[in-house]
Design a protein around this ligand. Structure first.
Ligand code: HEC
Length: 486
């Protein structure tokens, strides 16, 4: 992963996530093979290869012409031929390089160097025991097989730590708020502020979510960082699996629970962004694989895949004509793609920093974007994509940029702890909401345009009336944790 200014934060997220994982997860299968049974390729060897080798030896990169992503390709080897001689680790390059007994050592120094001896010993033992394969077929994609075998933990009844809020959305009737938690979606009643439902998910976290028009169908993009990503549709009208006091519990991990109605996508890393066209006919997603996918919401066929960015796709928005798609990326650009002509129309480079949020102006003529440079930038969505204006104000990174559904307003949220409302026509700031004392990642406007909800790093969710800035509700969306603010 490339480092950027948030790396201190990343370390924090990783540490917190690891802690939460350790404390919350059901006991996971030990990575150490038992002494009295042969080493299992799928259980013990494949995870080591995936964690430490796929970065350079996948189908795309194939360093040394070696692709380790299936058992068949692993055994075939690369430039130097078969890397595994069953029964003979001392003749197997796979072991010799990993043990540092021969050059080049693997992983190479620049990638962290040799693994711990216990990992290397697993490889040695597996080869010595005959290098047996216990997966479904030698051609099976190992990453996909490992995902199949992985079972998500059940979210804890009470969270020991706050869970970072990365995504939230209002229900179509504007009465409830869905908030992304730890391996679950949390349903809150806005008037009472009470938790009413918990929908367990395979994804560790939700990064983006939206309701399909006039329905209880919720599209959620998320995943497990560096491990997997998914895009799934849940039906909130489904019967809960059980009811715990006043809280309905749904099993959305697999389709047996009835609440998970469709899986649109499974990838090797997180899905980060979503957008729905105004006519409701197209859904777009973007993520760490840099690919933007566009679905037909009629039959859920994949209409188009767009490889227009060189890095993670953080934000997406459709123009009102339903055929121009705005996107922004860690590659420091925002772009416009013409879905009919299937070509890139505009690239806006002025942020010169990762761009996290983007939207289109009401007439579709302007792109409006924000990111790591703290500026809200307005730019022409045609021609050369020249900047029209930049609005300063946010003291830290801007994470989301939303167009208000009825007024000529743009809403933003930022690491500076504020939500701001801007005039979309002249870029002037109209209002700023405080109250959060942490980075704000998630932002949503109610369907009637009256309220804005924001979610922060420390789990706090605040709902404000946009017209006068009054607080509708504030609570911590981490079940079992006390609420810090009103
Ligand atoms: C940072 C990138 C990187 C990582 C990570 C990495 N390798 Fe490599 N690997 C290379 C490069 C580059 C070569 C080609 C080196 C050469 O030919 O001198 C190579 C070559 C090899 C070869 C020889 C292939 C051939 O036939 O020429 C083997 C075997 C190998 N790697 C195994 C591994 C294993 C096992 C891991 C994980 C434990 C791993 N590598 C992790 C970059 C990497």
């Amino acid at each position: 992963m490339r480092t950027y200014r948030l790396c201190v934060l990343c370390a924090w997220i990783a540490a917190a996530a690891a802690l939460v994982y350790l404390l919350l997860s059901a006991p996971v299968a030990s990575a150490q093979p038992p002494a009295d049974k042969p080493v299992s390729f799928m259980e013990h060897v494949a995870p080591i290869l995936k964690e430490n080798c796929f970065a350079c030896h996948d189908t795309k990169k194939q360093k040394g012409k070696l692709d380790l992503t299936t058992f068949e390709r692993l055994m075939k080897g690369g430039n130097q031929g078969e890397p595994v001689v069953p029964g003979k680790p001392e003749e197997s390059n796979l072991y010799l390089f990993m043990a540092g007994k021969e050059e080049p050592i693997m992983p190479p120094k620049e990638a962290g160097g040799l693994l711990k001896p216990d990992k290397v010993a697993i490889i040695e033992r597996w080869i010595k025991e005959g290098a047996r394969f216990d997966g479904p077929t030698p051609q099976a994609d190992l990453a996909a097989e490992l995902r199949k075998r992985w079972q998500p933990p059940t979210p804890p009844a009470a969270y020991p730590f706050p869970s970072i809020v990365r995504a939230l959305t209002f229900t179509p009737d504007g009465k409830k708020l869905v908030v992304g938690g730890y391996h679950e979606l949390l349903l809150y009643d806005i008037e009472s502020g009470k938790l009413e439902g918990r929908l367990h998910t395979r994804a560790e976290r939700a990064n983006a979510m939206l309701f399909l028009p006039n329905s209880k169908l919720l599209v959620v993009a998320g995943g497990r960082p560096g491990q997997e990503g998914d895009l799934r549709i849940y039906n909130l009208d489904a019967q809960p699996t059980r009811v715990d006091g006043e809280v309905r519990i749904w099993n959305g991990v697999d389709s047996q629970g009835g609440v998970l109605v469709r899986e649109l996508l499974q990838t090797d890393d997180e899905v980060l962004s979503l957008a729905l066209s105004d006519d409701g006919k197209r859904l777009a997603s973007g993520g760490c694989d840099r690919v933007i996918r566009v679905w037909n919401t009629g039959d859920w066929s994949l209409q188009q895949t767009v490889e227009n960015h060189a890095d993670w796709v953080f934000g997406l928005a459709f123009a009102p004509d339903n055929k121009h798609l705005f996107s922004c990326s860690r590659d420091k650009t925002a772009k416009v793609w013409d879905l009919d002509a299937k070509e890139s129309v505009v690239t806006f480079p002025d942020h010169q920093n990762p761009v996290y949020g983007v939207t289109a102006s009401r007439d579709g003529k302007l792109g409006i974007s924000g990111g790591e440079d703290n500026q809200l930038r307005f730019w022409n969505a045609t021609g050369e994509g020249k900047q029209v204006r930049a609005s300063g104000g946010h003291g830290k990174a801007i994470w989301k940029v939303l167009l208000h559904p009825t007024q000529p307003w743009v809403l933003t949220c930022s690491s500076d702890g504020t939500v701001r409302v801007w005039n979309a026509d002249n870029g002037q700031q109209i209002r700023s909401f405080g109250g959060h004392n942490d980075y704000i990642y998630a932002l949503a406007v109610s369907p009637d345009g009256e309220m804005v909800a924001s979610g922060a790093w420390n789990g706090e969710v605040r709902i404000h009336k946009i017209a006068d800035g009054s607080v509708v509700k504030a609570f911590n969306a981490s079940p079992g944790l006390p609420t810090a603010s009103k």
